[in-house]
Design a protein around this ligand. Structure first.
Ligand SMILES: [Zn+2]
Ligand SMILES: [Zn+2]
Length: 354
């Protein structure tokens, strides 16, 4: 991977650089005073009771727990965002299995009160649109203390949190309420910019920090495929040409246009594809697809570090150790231990025979 820096009108994206956690550091921005530091990860897919094998669960969850806790210890992010598909089987898990999944989540992603953890909804958490019910949605929102559309402002930086499963555009009650909320947030954010603030229709509207939002959601905005994606953690070549299906692999074209028109976001971060990609929508809106954090979904999981001010941002990527490397280290260590034991036994045998 190269170290080139990509510049655009609202910030700076340091192209992904391969680093393991120990070598990770926060990207710098010009504004040095009190920047906001946030860590983004996606698609941990904690295995469920039905299709999760115990050994698979054990090693992948142990790896995620160690990686997350190491990242917290070394990097001390102020905020952590998980971009959906927290669970693999939230879409169909029974109350008992759900409680067990939540218990393991709290253990793996344990954090002190110095770090704020924000979780977004993915299709594996509540099901695809046709499987989504108020019951599944509410149990997720209650546990993670969030709603399907929300503006979260930290030190003047607006994050727009969106339940992208509810952007199906079919006017179902859940979709309609999310869309209505988003429309009213768009008005509030427009009124929050100075040029618009004096207009009559802004008089009784709630205002926010006067900066375009950073959209965080599970589904990526519409793109035809991953063919333009590059880098060592982009989709494998044989998958890159597969055409995406609107509303399943990516948001619909309508919903994507609406989000861009309404919010003019300075950045979009999404998950769902499990692979990395950088896309410029309409040549100006940068979207980053954040790859999966789980070894189950890829050999080289990663997370994104973001430094933000009200007018600038910079991102960098940290890779976790590759699963194949760890397995090779374990196997060679086991061979060395066995050899040491054998040599030791041989020497003992010789001593006795003397
Ligand atoms: Zn996923
Ligand atoms: Zn997904």
């Amino acid at each position: 991977m190269d170290n080139t820096t990509l510049r655009h009108n609202t910030g700076t994206m340091h192209r992904a650089r391969a680093k393991i956690i120990l070598q990770c550091s926060w990207p710098e921005i010009a504004e040095k005073r009190d920047p906001l530091r946030a860590l983004f990860l996606s698609d941990p897919h904690l295995l469920g009771a039905i299709s999760g094998h115990w050994f698979d669960k054990l090693r992948r969850e142990w790896q995620m727990e160690r990686s997350f806790q190491t990242a917290l210890l070394l990097l001390r992010p102020e905020m952590v965002f998980i971009l959906g598909d927290v669970f693999d089987e939230g879409k169909w898990s029974s109350t008992k299995d759900w409680e067990d999944d939540v218990r393991r989540f709290k253990q793996i992603f344990y954090h002190s009160s110095n770090t704020e953890l924000v979780v977004l909804i993915g299709n594996h958490d509540i099901g695809f649109h046709h499987e989504m019910t108020s019951y599944k949605l509410e149990r997720f929102e209650k546990i993670f203390n969030m709603t399907s559309a929300q503006i979260l402002t930290k030190r003047g930086v607006n994050f727009l949190l969106v339940n992208s499963v509810a952007l199906h555009g079919d006017h179902c009650p859940i979709c309609q309420s999310v869309e209505d909320k988003l429309y009213s947030f768009a008005q509030q954010l427009n009124c929050s910019t100075q040029s618009d603030a004096t207009r009559y229709h802004c008089r009784d509207i709630q205002t926010h920090a006067s900066t375009p939002p950073i959209i965080l959601q599970h589904y990526p905005l519409y793109r035809t495929s991953d063919v333009e994606c590059i880098g060592e953690d982009a989709a494998p070549l044989n998958e890159r040409y597969q055409l995406f299906q609107e509303r399943y692999d990516v948001l619909s074209q309508d919903a994507s246009k609406k989000l861009l028109w309404w919010f003019q976001p300075r950045l979009i971060l999404s998950g769902h594809t499990h692979s990395s990609c950088e896309v410029f929508h309409e040549n100006r809106f940068l979207e980053i697809s954040v790859p999966s954090f789980s070894w189950r979904n890829r050999n080289n999981p990663s997370f994104i570090l973001g430094t933000f001010s009200t007018s600038d941002f910079a991102l960098s990527k940290c890779f976790l150790p590759e699963e194949s490397t760890i397995i090779a280290v374990y196997c060679s260590s086991a061979v060395v231990i066995v050899l040491i034991i054998l040599v030791h036994l041989c020497l003992l045998g010789k001593k006795k025979s003397l």
